[in-house]
Design a protein around this ligand. Sequence first.
Ligand SMILES: [Zn+2]
Length: 61
Amino acid sequence: MRPNRFYNLARFGPVRVGTHHDGRGRTKHTAVCTAPGCDFSADYFTRASAELAARTHRCKA
Ligand SMILES: [Zn+2]
């Protein structure tokens, strides 16, 4: 299931960072690697954390 209201999408190499609401009034920040064969995906409480993770992600693909 994917969130349907991503905004503030940004791209860091193969990794995309998006912000969305989790349906319970909270904001989450998700980093997802779009490279084929790489299944990196994680949620963060702050935008800075998500962007840092995206920037430092080491793609295994
Ligand atoms: Zn990757």
